[in-house]
Design a protein around this ligand. Sequence first.
Ligand code: ATP
Ligand code: MG
Length: 558
Amino acid sequence: MSEEKAPLHFIEQIIEDDLSNGFDSSKIRFRFPPEPNGFLHVGHLKAIALNFNLGQRYNAPVNLRFDDTNPVKENQEFVDAIKENIEWLGFSWDKECYASDYFQQLYDWAYYLVKEGKAYIDSQDSEAMAIQKGTPTQTGTNSPFRDRPVEENIRLFEEMKAGKHEEGSHVLRAKIDMSSPNMLLRDPVMYRILYKHHHRTGNDWCIYPMYDWTHGESDYIEQVSHSLCTLEFKPHRELYDWFLDQLPTSNKLRPYQREFARLNLSYTVTSKRKLAQLVDDNNVNGWDDPRMPTIAGMRRRGYPPKALINFVNTAGISKRENVIDVSLLEFCVREELNKTTARVMAVVNPIKLVITNYPADQEEMLTAINNPEDESQGSRAIPFSRELYIEREDFKEEANRKFFRLTLGKEVRLKNAYIIKGESVTKDDQGNITEIQCSYDPDSKSGSGSEASMRKVKGTIHWVSVSHALEATVHNYDRLFNDESPDQHKEASFLDFVNPSSLHTQQAMVEPSLNSLSVGERVQFQRLGYYVVDSSSRENELVFNKTVGLRDTWSKKQ
Ligand code: ATP
Ligand code: MG
């Protein structure tokens, strides 16, 4: 595999070093730990590919762990969507785990810490605790409850669990160091009281563990060897280690946290909270709107999984934050679609064209190659007749020498068909063209081998036969934000940069063979771009999403 030859990225280098220092390769295990509080986005894609690629490289299992410790924002719909996304990307996890399955174990360990005098119940409100926390340059102050007797801490912790105290009345805090230069070590909260229904544990619990007290311990329970997370967790590493150091000793494998840079993409926001806001404010039609940088949205937009994985692999794994240009993503999508999609004809802004010397009662089937990049995709038949639709933009009554499409008195080729010449037009009262008349050269049929079929004309345009065409709805998308870094402005919200015209819908005419397409199938509309059949399509009512445009190369060359 070419991947194997690529230079190692720094995480692989760390693993290689561990192995050469005697780490047992059969003990390598990774995990991808999403919080089910929203749909996965393009940033998660990087974390997913990183972990699962490593799993493949080291022949090691990868757990899918739902980090479901906040019942307020999490639900089953998000769990299901996350699983579906990862499967669609083509990765398979080893164990499906839930932090909520460890609630009892986490409680027992917390209880142990209380008994050891390493955790205490603080009964102040959150404002008081925030003030005592200090600042990065100023040490914190001990809570008046910090030296509570162990027996009292135990009693209160048991009562918290038993539902005897109100939300906000007490928290369990680790007793570390209020003067630590790392603010996260200033007696972090381990448990809070929450009377909330949890999507998996129901009302069994009314105290919920915090992220820092859950994550490393979950890694330990699952025996994850290399726990990979994004850079913002770097300062948490010390706490991750501190918590693991306090657990009752055992000879089980000790996990280590390693950090890599997040994926940031231009013209995009990659934060579930912000994406949720776009959904809630109806800036888009749901988490899987084709404009959303969610995996579900990109799927619906027509991005192939392989292109997405190529994209994150190309963007690479680094230690430093950077912003990847969204055009790299589009390039990877285009490259994949160029190889895999059939070329078909669709007219998105139709005008009628009549070939006056083609008999009204005649029609014929012409042959079209499906994909010149891939012979194995074969060819298909397309109907031709006297009345056609062409793109309105492909005709001008008068044009300069650089216009290689149809004009009066000049010739162009109809793709896969004949050479035609513009003769006259019909206009309505406002002077708008309603129909174009032209003549054709009957000897010029593409592929017939005749002299006229080889004749070079400057332009080639696409078309569909009026009586055979199917009507289809086409959604075209522009960028969702009209600013390169929508969430990097101090004075403005990212919502101020939402592009008000990111969706433009057209009624198109498409060739009849498209009737056999099913939801999710991708095609290239020649000269227009790549499109995918949307899930809102119904029998005889095709709806397409434009995936990405293409560079129009052949219309000028042929
Ligand atoms: P968000 O800020 O969007 O809510 P999160 O980090 O809170 O993201 P989680 O569900 O907790 O979301 O993330 C699961 C995993 O995905 C974590 O390991 C996290 O580090 C990683 N991840 C999240 N966003 C990115 C990103 N932009 N680039 C790379 N990895 C990411
Ligand atoms: Mg998170």
